[in-house]
Design a protein around this ligand. Structure first.
Ligand code: DGJ
Length: 729
């Protein structure tokens, strides 16, 4: 069992491949977070419940008395508001009396094999019952009747613990949940750096590292979506921890809405981290008997540095989050019309793309924005999901037939949660957009947001999508989302429930996406939000890949892909070779090879040399597919550490093949670079495919390879491939 309970000490022990997590049922039913760190065999961690000498005005529970315990400094398993724990709280419920004092204590537990899902919400899953155990820890507030279930799933063969929370109103009067974080972790020290992934449009997920300080720090979104500005990810890395060494705790919320990940260091020099729905503009009313489910948080602990944390996240997301046909089946290599044509296309142009793309080895044509309503630019028609027959005479069928006749599959673009004021949908239902009473809603990219918290709106949109998807041979859908949400309110919610809007909106999005993957399980679904503005684990539950950024410049992509790789696998990162002139074709291909790989250019405009380069890249895409989609990633030189270059390595699951890529961003006169490879078998021998030379894995990982004559100029890149040989040459 990955989870056990010791009756004598009243301690739960949750073991993953790399970590142990201990929860103690203390006196008076207080639940304490005794330990979270490297695996340990025993449970008697001492001294965490006792009041420290520096306790200042810390208060006591009158039953237990003033000696030894105070909620102010104890490692509370799920810190509540208003009952003498003065740190950031994970739970606050306003009760019928009007106060928000919340104090839940242990009432029972259950340990079950496997992992239950969350109704209506994305969550990781087990492939077989013995992969993980789940602890359901029950706690209740004796005064209000509020009941809480803390769910923990420990994955036996991976360093992953998932957590989530259900809050139920077990009282006789309605109550209002003001905050219900998905997880709360109390660590006994504060010698950590907080690592987060801030960004913006076209510059997503930069790695930022700062030292924890006393007080509250963290990242949040209140844009209605996870957003470009911050990602629902944070790591606490022990001071000095790097790619290969040191304790690292990673936290990633399986949520696409307003989130909050906060760390507080208190006077006692300990750290509390909470992750969950952002309490700003959130509240959920529970009638007696009703329950609220908070989203899941994935926790990864490793004593072996950030690189290992990433590899654990990657394996977990590939195996236990991404679902459906395209989880492991080889995905078609696509060409997308956006950067090639923008809104300026018709059947003839797209058919010509398909014809030319076929000669290059491309397997699918994706028709991006512009095929519906009267959409000739971005000022109209979102919501009118009927074919623009001026561009596509006779509808989609004639085009798809021609694309299929070339042997290519066909994909299409949607932005389902949006509505243009200049659309038939808006003219028919002006009240369907998200808007607050008496205000003209803010506009972004000439569009408003549809209120998908409403079932009638969702049914209408789904009806329109379904009509197109079920009457045509469509193999792929790109689902876009191109603005943030302001004027947050729903016309159908009563005033006292308006704070439920943001979360209900996200539940509506999940409902639509679930309909898509359920009714069309063969469709390959790629998520997108103005590039990577909704790149989060929840989206991976529906779509195995997400468009990483609208910035397709390979040098700019380096930092974007490095940052994204902190928790998201290469198989999920949409990466295309575009007509970006800043580097040659080779570097564009080498950078795009670290991801799903595809094209975003007009194939008819390629020169003969470029076409030859594309064919070579397509061959490499096939050759390295397993490495990029199932292999392990090692970040060798990060562009965040070295402004002149970046290098990374992919290692096949059997450790027999590795692909090493080096990109020179800025030339340094005569500077060679030594790359110490990672992840190889030290005992095995590997052949350098370019030179035929054979080296031991140990040599490659310790002495390394010196790259002096390759990738010397700005924007140049080089690949090395090593393959295992049976014997030393
Ligand atoms: C934003 C996306 O990121 C682009 O790839 C493209 O699909 C445009 N939207 C279309 O409007």
């Amino acid at each position: 069992m990955a989870i056990s309970f010791d009756e004598k000490t009243r301690i739960f022990k949750l073991d993953t491949a790399t970590s142990t997590y201990l929860v103690k049922i203390f006196d008076e039913g207080y639940l304490l977070n005794l330990y979270y760190g490297p695996r340990i065999p025993d449970v008697n961690v001492r001294g965490r419940e006792t009041r420290p000498a520096n306790a200042s005005f810390s208060l006591a529970n009158p039953v237990i008395g003033e000696n030894g315990f105070t909620p102010d400094t104890a490692p509370m398993e799920y810190g509540c508001n208003g009952a003498a724990d003065f740190r950031i709280s994970a739970l606050a419920v306003r009760n019928a009396a009007g106060d928000s004092v919340t104090d839940v204590r242990y009432t029972g537990h259950r340990i079950v094999p496997g992992k239950p899902g969350i109704p209506g919400m994305p969550a990781s899953y087990v492939n077989s019952g013995d992969e993980a155990d789940t602890l359901e820890l029950y706690a209740a507030d004796a005064v209000t009747g509020v009941r809480v279930t803390l769910y923990y799933t420990a994955f036996r063969d991976l360093g992953v613990l998932t957590r989530r929370v259900r809050v139920e109103n077990g009282g006789a009067a309605p109550c209002r949940v003001e905050r219900a974080f998905s997880c709360c972790v109390d660590l006994p020290d504060m010698d950590y750096d907080l690592i987060t992934l801030p960004g913006r449009y076209a510059k997503e997920r930069n790695v930022e590292r700062r030292r924890l300080a006393h007080g509250v720090q963290g990242v949040e979104s209140k844009r209605g979506v996870s957003g470009h500005a911050q990602n629902p990810f944070a790591a606490l890395a022990a001071r000095g921890a790097d790619e290969e060494h040191g304790w690292v705790y990673g936290f990633n919320l399986v949520y696409s809405g307003n989130f909050s990940i906060l760390a507080e260091c208190d006077f006692n020099d300990s750290t509390r981290l909470i992750a969950g729905i952002n309490p700003t503009d959130f509240e959920w009313t529970l009638a007696p008997g009703e329950a609220f489910d908070a989203p899941e948080c994935v926790l990864v602990f490793t004593p072996d540095g950030l690189g290992e944390m990433s590899r654990i996240f990657h394996r977990f997301y590939r195996e236990n989050l991404i679902r459906g046909r395209w989880k492991h089946e080889k995905r078609p290599l696509l060409i997308n019309s956006w950067e090639a044509a923008y809104f300026d296309f018709d059947t003839e142009k797209l058919a010509a793309f398909a014809k030319e793309a076929k000669t290059l080895g491309v397997e699918m044509l994706v028709m991006d924005d512009g095929w519906f309503g009267r959409r000739n630019d971005d000022t109209s028609s979102l919501g009118d999901w009927t074919v623009n027959e001026d561009k596509l005479p006779g509808g989609l069928a004639p085009l798809i037939e021609r694309v299929n006749a070339e042997g290519l599959k066909f994909g299409i673009w949607y932005e389902p949660e949006m509505i243009s004021p200049d659309s038939d949908l808006y003219r028919a239902h002006p009240d369907w957009c998200v808007h607050a009473t008496g205000r003209t809603p803010m506009i972004g990219r000439h569009q408003l947001v549809l209120d998908v918290s409403r079932a009638d709106v969702r049914d209408h949109i789904w009806g329109m999508m379904r009509r197109v998807l079920s009457s045509n041979r469509i193999d792929y859908v790109k689902w876009d989302f191109n603005r943030n949400i302001s004027d947050a309110a729903s016309a159908l919610l009563p005033p006292e429930r308006q704070k439920e809007f943001f979360h209900r909106f996200i539940l509506g999005t999940y409902d639509l996406m679930e309909r898509l993957v359920t009714e069309f399980p063969d469709i390959l679904f790629e998520n997108c939000s103005g590039g990577g503005g909704r790149f989060d684990p929840a989206m991976l539950y529906y779509s195995p890949q997400i468009w990483t950024s609208d910035n397709t410049d390979p040098l700019e992509r380096l930092s974007i892909q490095f940052g994204t790789s902190l928790c998201y696998p290469a198989s999920s990162m949409g990466t295309h070779v575009s007509a970006c002139p800043r580097t040659g074709f080779e570097t564009r291909g080498n950078v795009a090879l670290w991801g799903t790989f595809g094209y975003e250019l007009d194939p008819c405009k390629l020169t003969r040399e470029e076409k030859a380069a594309v064919r070579a890249q397509v061959a490499e895409y096939h050759r390295f597919y397993e490495l990029t989609h199932e292999g392990d990633l090692y970040r060798l030189i990060s562009p965040f550490d070295d402004p002149c270059r970046a290098a990374w390595q992919l290692v096949s699951p059997d450790r027999r093949t590795t692909l090493v890529t080096l990109v020179t961003v800025r030339e340094q006169f005569r500077a060679g670079v030594r790359l110490r490879l990672r992840g190889l078998d030290p005992e095995r021998y590997y052949r350098d495919e370019a030179t035929g030379e054979v080296f031991s894995g140990a040599l490659l990982m310790n002495a390394g390879v010196v790259m002096t004559r390759v990738a010397r100029r700005d924007g140049e890149s080089a690949k090395l491939v090593f393959t295992a040989v049976e014997e030393q040459a």
